[in-house]
Design a protein around this ligand. Structure first.
Ligand code: DOR
Length: 443
């Protein structure tokens, strides 16, 4: 397979354009989308008959944990990127809680170099805040933005001191995103619940109040400092209600596990659904859906956070928080569209267009002439059951094991190269570092 310079004609796909969904033929030339409905005699190296299939922009997942360097027994950049290609994700932005943490320019550069040599999809890496690395946060350029753990989760990163948070919001320019769970509330809940918590206590320890208090604190900083800010993984209906009056430089995101799981699922799934922020109630699920539909929440990302099943099998609270999701997130949302819970147009807005806009990603997130040829062809009628043993994530499991979904990616292109087809990843494909056009944006 030629890596570049290849021309691919995708014929008669039902294409989800920004303005309209209609049957069209798309010409890919090298890494770009070259033409829409080119002349009938247009030549190409490969002609794909996409009749009956839908062509979407590749998904941009702005929140994954791929564990390299330091925790590669759970996942690495290669296996994580394979799982992305299978799931229709063509660009991922990865979190800094690796070992070492991505809190220096050297660590950021190291991740970029590793990714260039092994990722089959495009990539970007957040720079993590520590409370005393302001100069790094000011100097970093090759990154979507700054990640702050305002509540602690997996790994040592935590910035809880108000003065440190004020400095980060006041003295940096990159967009900021944060994990919002209030430490003081979590610790008080832990103390109240005592030494022998059950699995379900996870949602009582990391409760509604912890999420809301921290999200309000972070949004208050963003408003006072007029700093672009993204609330990661909203888990409660109360946060959605609060965010309804957010200014337009504050954005928010939901994750599939907070849409599809709730506290009753601990009985069936145990630590498989142990996440930070914790899963909440069915009422929260419904209110997060409502927040997506009314535009309060604009992004769906996975928070893909693999741990091995052996690690997860430890009794709570030793069991680590996190679940893998990149290879199923698009299918979960296509299935939701199939069931009439949302529309295909909304799925493309939440998973492709909004993350591109919010993170100022150059040339991605839509099917347009001149944009990167990052595309996913989906079969909205395909029914398939998720199976642990078929997962490409190194952790080899999914909380959705045994669930049958309707609507699946069947082929993924990354920068014009086939990254996934006929159930297999093209391990020779290589993604590129995402570029950011932040100069055109001012809060
Ligand atoms: O449950 C979680 N696990 N939430 C996070 O924010 C981090 C993640 C991890 O890295 O394991």
């Amino acid at each position: 397979m030629k890596a570049s310079g290849m021309r691919t004609l995708i014929q008669n796909a039902t294409v989800v354009f920004p303005e309209k969904t209609r049957v069209a033929t798309i010409l890919l030339d090298g890494h770009r989308i070259a033409e829409v409905d080119p002349p009938a005699d247009t030549s190409a190296d490969e002609v794909v008959d996409a009749t009956g299939l839908h062509l979407l922009p590749g998904v941009i997942d702005d929140q994954v944990h791929f564990r390299e360097p330091g925790l590669e027994h759970k996942e690495d950049l290669q296996t994580g990127s394979w799982a992305c290609a299978k799931g229709g994700i063509t660009t991922f932005f990865e979190m800094p809680n690796t070992n070492p943490t991505t809190t220096t320019l050297e660590a950021l550069e190291d991740k970029l170099q590793r990714a260039a040599s092994k990722c089959v999809v495009n990539y970007g890496f957040y720079v993590g805040a520590t409370g005393d690395n302001l100069s790094v946060l000011q100097a970093a350029k090759r990154t979507p933005g700054i990640k702050i753990f305002i509540g602690s989760s997996t790994g040592p990163l935590l910035v809880d001191k108000q003065s440190a948070l004020e400095s980060i919001f006041a003295e940096t320019d990159l967009p900021i995103c944060a994990h919002c769970e209030d430490e003081t509330t979590v610790r008080a809940n832990q103390k109240r619940i005592g030494d022998n918590p059950t699995q379900a206590d996870h949602s009582r320890i990391r409760d509604h109040a912890a999420a809301l208090i921290s999200t309000k604190r972070a949004v208050d900083l963003a408003i006072r400092h007029r700093h672009q800010f993204h609330v990661l993984h909203v888990s409660t209906g109360d946060e959605v209600d609060f965010l309804r009056s957010r200014p337009d430089w504050v954005s928010a995101e939901a994750c599939p596990h907070h849409l599809f799981f709730h506290v009753d699922d601990y009985e069936r799934l145990g630590s498989r659904v142990q996440m930070n922020p914790s899963i909440k109630t069915a009422d929260d699920n419904a209110r997060i859906w409502q927040g997506l539909r009314d535009g309060t929440i604009e992004v769906i990302a996975t928070d893909h956070a693999p741990h091995t099943l052996d690690e997860k099998a430890q009794p709570y609270p030793k069991s680590p928080s996190g679940l893998p999701a990149v290879e199923n997130s698009l299918a979960l949302m296509l299935d939701a569209a199939h069931r009439g819970v949302c529309t295909l147009r909304e799925v493309v807005a939440w998973m492709c267009e909004s993350p591109a806009r919010i993170w100022h990603v150059a040339n991605k997130g839509a099917i347009r002439v001149g944009y990167d040829a990052d595309l996913v062809l989906v079969d909205l009628e395909k029914r398939q059951t998720i199976r642990d043993e078929e997962q490409l994530t190194k952790s080899r499991w999914s909380p959705w094991d045994g669930v049958t979904l309707t609507g699946w990616p069947v082929r993924t292109w990354v920068m014009g190269q086939t990254a996934f087809q006929d159930g297999s990843v093209n391990t020779d494909c290589r993604g590129r570092e995402a570029e950011f056009r932040r100069e055109v944006h001012a809060v």
